[in-house]
Design a protein around this ligand. Structure first.
Ligand code: BJW
Length: 247
């Protein structure tokens, strides 16, 4: 794929860049997305049964087991060229903010430094009542009932992720909006752009005058708003983008 000259010019001259990533960025590492028709998690499981506080109240064992399985999977896969390209881009831009909806920790493992995790981190756990962090020694059990929380007599350990109907972590969303509204270029990469409030960040950036670039093999509700759409897998497009900036 040819990278348009305008995209290279905008990125090369930008002082402030914000990049938002979603599950598509980790697809080439072997982690399933949520909404892809054949392979997405929500094509096999119902979000209401697994990714809501109500599901955890009803059936903590099933929810805990599913998340521990996914946490193990995330720990065993490797970052892909898309993750590494974003870590390199951070080194080239004066002010770079990586905003991710992903909970797999792959951006940090690829070397990204400034990462705002909107939806938490699947490798961690918190008390389901107090929301205080639980140390790793409680997480040796990989399946079955969630361990009791050390912080509350009636509490259970739950994954430190954001479920539907829950607020995003304190302060993180504010920082993400600030970076989006101040940036010269906003990249939206590997996300279906349907989950709020994350999806609103690109719109806020666009309204504030940022040049909006989408990288995704499929079309999304954001595509028509974007100034440039690079249609392809991020593990191929992002390294090419960096290469084009060098040429
Ligand atoms: C590739 C590729 C390759 C493939 N390269 N690309 C306003 C309007 C309507 C509803 C709401 C609203 N405000 C709030 C809501 C409710 C709700 C919501 O957004 N619902 C909509 C779905 C309708 N939001 C919330 O509840 C949020 N909380 C909140 O707003 O609190 C305040 C509040 C509370 C109550 C009432 C009102 C306000 C919380 C959202 C939490 C989302 N949690 C999850 C699970 C996290 C834990 C876990 O991992 O299990 O987060 S859901 C899931 O979706 C996960 C993801 O982070 C998130 C986004 O998915 P993503 O990353 O976009 O993945 P996909 O699969 O959708 O897309 C993948 C894309 O990649 C595709 O486009 C592919 O084409 C592409 N792709 N291969 C590049 N190789």
């Amino acid at each position: 794929m040819q990278i348009p000259g305008q995209v290279i010019h905008q990125l090369s001259s930008a002082r402030r860049v914000a990049a938002m990533t979603g599950a598509g960025v980790s697809a080439e590492s072997g982690i399933p997305t949520f909404r892809d028709a054949q392979t997405g998690l929500w094509s096999k499981f119902r979000a209401e049964d697994l990714a809501t506080p109500e599901a955890f109240q009803r059936d903590p064992e099933t929810v805990w087991t599913w998340y521990r399985h996914r946490a193990e999977q995330a720990a065993t896969v490797e970052p892909n060229p898309g993750h590494f390209a974003l870590a390199q881009l951070e080194q080239r831009v004066e002010h770079f903010t990586l905003i991710t909806q992903n909970v797999d920790g792959l951006h940090r493992r690829a070397g990204s430094q400034r990462v705002l995790e909107l939806h938490g981190d699947i490798s961690r756990a918190i008390c389901h009542i107090t929301r205080r962090p639980v140390t790793e020694k409680y997480l040796v059990e990989t399946a079955g009932s969630p361990p009791p929380s050390p912080h509350h007599p009636a509490g259970l350990c739950r994954p430190d992720v954001v479920w539907f109907g829950e607020m995003l972590p304190d302060g993180v969303l504010d920082q993400a909006f600030e970076a989006s509204q101040q940036c010269d270029v906003f990249l939206s990469i590997g996300t279906s752009s349907v989950v709020e409030p994350a999806a609103s960040l690109a719109v806020a950036a666009h309204r504030a005058g940022a040049f909006l670039i989408e990288i995704n093999p499929g079309e999304t509700p954001l595509s028509s708003l974007a100034d440039a759409v690079l249609a392809g897998p991020s593990g191929t497009v992002l390294p090419r983008l960096l290469q084009a900036m060098d040429d």
